[in-house]
Design a protein around this ligand. Structure first.
Ligand SMILES: [Zn+2]
Length: 363
């Protein structure tokens, strides 16, 4: 007999596997596990229906007595859901857990109907719990990686193994949204900022600023320090652009303000490394004044919108050769970044890098 198409086929509310035992909600394996999970001692031998016994014990634990069957089943599902959510240790779930707790409180002998402020399928919660467990395992391993030394293939496999957390379909449900938001947030904080970007300090600062908590807009950033100074002075693109501008506007003048000639500034497309990962379509303004020794005093700023979705252009002009992880970063991480932008984990803001160089020599 073909059982798969049977409309009356019972599926376990927790694991969704078919079962044909007398229980109403759970298969026998899951029921056994639930006793353990909820720390309820196993029923004595003479108890005929171990499922209703579990429901009764859960009701007692919640100080609820004389509930009818429907209420007991509803309470059990909510109680188990809450238990799994608590085990996920995710602060973004706090509001949802509170709602479920309230719904649990509202179940009583006298309550008219069962309130579902948060509706869920126990199986979805169970799957989320397993996703969170899997994520924790992978992230633990990833924290032990030295990204500068690791073989590219191994690094790529690690990153691929975690790609399941960048699942856009989980965004629509508030519970899975909270869990996936939290996993992505942790990924960017721990793996990317704490590991992969260790040698790209500016990128780490910018990404870090974009990861604000849910509902909070990141601050715009204005940066000017030894880090940004050094990055600019070492940048071929920066130096060549300054040289071109001085040849163009500084030949017949002792000083010029680029704004007077190009009101939109000039576009900088950085050649690689930290600046490339930080700034994608940066616009520069500069004022230059010539010194008697033919050096120049420069004062200016570079402006960009921190927007991960622009990472998709990176492949087009990135010179990957010198950096092992560049290629992987610019493909897999781009895609992750786009998804995290959709989730609102990575947020957009404006960046300004100011610089003031005196006695700058044209090379
Ligand atoms: Zn099951």
């Amino acid at each position: 007999m073909e059982k798969n198409n049977d409309v009356n086929e019972k599926r376990c509310a927790l694991c969704n596997k078919p079962y044909n035992y007398k229980y109403k909600m759970f298969g026998r394996g899951c029921l056994d596990n639930l006793y353990e999970l909820l720390e309820i001692s196993k029923p004595p031998k003479f108890i005929w229906n171990k499922e209703t016994y579990l429901c009764t014990r859960i009701a007692w634990k919640n100080h609820k007595f004389f509930l009818n069957k429907n209420k007991k089943y509803a309470l059990t599902q909510k109680y188990i859901a809450l238990n799994y959510l608590n085990r996920m240790n995710c602060k973004f779930l706090d509001d949802i857990k509170e709602e479920i707790s309230k719904d649990i409180k509202n179940i009583s002998v006298f309550s008219r109907n069962i309130i579902d402020s948060i509706s869920f399928k126990l199986n979805d919660i169970y799957k989320l719990f397993n996703d969170a467990q899997r994520f924790n395992e992978i992230i633990k391993d990833m924290q032990n990686i030295t990204w500068e030394e690791v073989d590219e293939k191994i690094a790529e496999n690690f990153i691929k193994s975690i790609s399941f957390i960048f699942n856009i379909t989980k965004k629509t449900n508030p519970i899975s949204y909270a869990v996936f938001y939290s996993m992505q947030y942790t990924f960017w904080q721990i793996v990317v900022i704490g590991g992969m970007l260790k040698d790209k300090k500016l990128s780490a600062i910018l990404l870090s600023n974009s990861l604000s908590l849910p509902g909070i807009k990141p601050k715009d950033l204005i940066l000017q320090d030894s880090l940004t100074d050094k990055l600019l002075k070492d940048s071929k693109v920066f130096n060549e652009t300054i040289k071109e501008l001085i040849e163009k506007y500084g030949k017949e003048r002792e000083m010029f303000d680029l704004k007077d000639y190009e009101k939109n500034g000039v576009l900088l497309k950085f050649e690689g490394g930290d600046l490339l990962y930080s700034l994608h379509k940066a616009t520069m303004f500069v004022k230059a004044r010539k010194n008697e020794d033919n050096t120049w005093n420069l004062e200016g700023d570079i402006n960009d919108k921190y927007d991960f979705t622009e990472f998709k252009d990176l492949n087009e002009y990135a010179d990957n050769k010198e950096e092992v992880l560049t290629d992987m970063l610019s493909t897999l991480l781009n895609n992750f970044g786009v998804v995290s932008s959709e989730y609102g984990v990575i947020k957009t803001y404006n960046v300004k890098i100011k610089f003031e160089f005196s006695k700058y020599k044209i090379k």
